[in-house]
Design a protein around this ligand. Structure first.
Ligand SMILES: [Cu+2]
Length: 263
């Protein structure tokens, strides 16, 4: 005699409870509720938008990953639930056993491979767009990371902004114009990261990393070194203030008179 999976009174109660729940007339039904929940989860997980032209490509890349993951989640969990309900235990007989199926094996190898290939191509395209250098950058800023702040030197001007322990350095930039950042470090490895640009680069000793940012939205954006670089690493913040082109010119002229906009 085979041993029942749920012996005893408690299991009988449990099965009764499950059956009772299953028979409950739901207002939207389980499918509707699951879909609503999935939609909420999807909306909550949507990638943040970028404030730069280059970051839009990254944002699009995030969304492709998210939507594909959502499709995989719905299909896999849907099949799981279907299999659990369709093949739930009804008696002590084993269901018909199947061993090996070439078509099924091929299908579940081919589909993930295709998904990974699509993600690879989309990512390469996004990366190329995000790192494509502008033909004529309007402003070039030499950014030097150091323990534990930043120096922003505006090329072809006497303007330099230097941060310090009680002074968060602010990089003022014009809206809608490509800005070239030439990033390096005076000591150890640091990392330049302004979350709202969806872009991050390492500052490596002896190497200058160049990238362009074209801000499409005015505002003040906070940044932070994201490479642990010593005791005061947490204080290594920065700000990017994006203003209109005329306001930028006024700021630049005023800063050029003093030569430095920081201590
Ligand atoms: Cu750091």
């Amino acid at each position: 005699m085979r041993t029942p999976v749920f012996p005893g009174k408690r299991s009988a109660k449990l099965v009764g409870l499950i059956r009772a729940r299953r028979d409950l007339p739901g207002r939207f039904g389980w499918t509707g509720r699951s879909l609503a929940l999935a939609a909420v989860a999807l909306a909550a997980g949507c990638a943040p938008t970028s404030v730069t032209e280059q970051g839009k490509a990254i944002h699009h890349d995030y969304n492709v990953f998210l939507y594909l993951a959502a499709v995989v989640f719905v299909v896999v969990s849907g099949l799981l639930v279907w299999a659990m309900l369709r093949y739930r235990r009804r008696d002590d007989e084993l269901p018909k056993q199947t061993h090996g199926n070439n078509l099924v094996e091929l299908t579940w190898t081919a589909i993930p491979t295709a998904i990974v290939l699509v993600l690879f191509v989309v990512t390469i395209q996004a990366q190329n767009k995000a790192t494509k250098p502008a033909a004529h950058p309007a402003v070039t800023v030499d950014v030097t990371a150091f323990q534990w702040s930043w120096r922003f030197a505006y090329e072809d001007t006497p303007v330099t902004v230097v941060g310090g322990p009680d002074n968060i350095p602010e990089m003022v930039l014009p809206l809608g114009q490509p800005v070239r950042i030439k990033l390096t470090t005076a000591d150890v490895v640091h990392s330049f990261y302004v979350p709202q640009t969806l872009f991050k680069r390492q500052a490596i000793p002896g190497i200058t990393n160049e990238f362009d940012l074209t801000f499409v939205k005015a505002g003040t954006y906070h940044g932070q070194c994201t490479q642990f670089c010593g005791l005061a690493h947490a204080d290594m913040t920065l700000r990017i203030k994006v203003v209109s082109q005329s306001e930028y010119q006024r700021w630049l002229a005023a800063a050029a008179r003093t030569g430095s906009a920081g201590p």
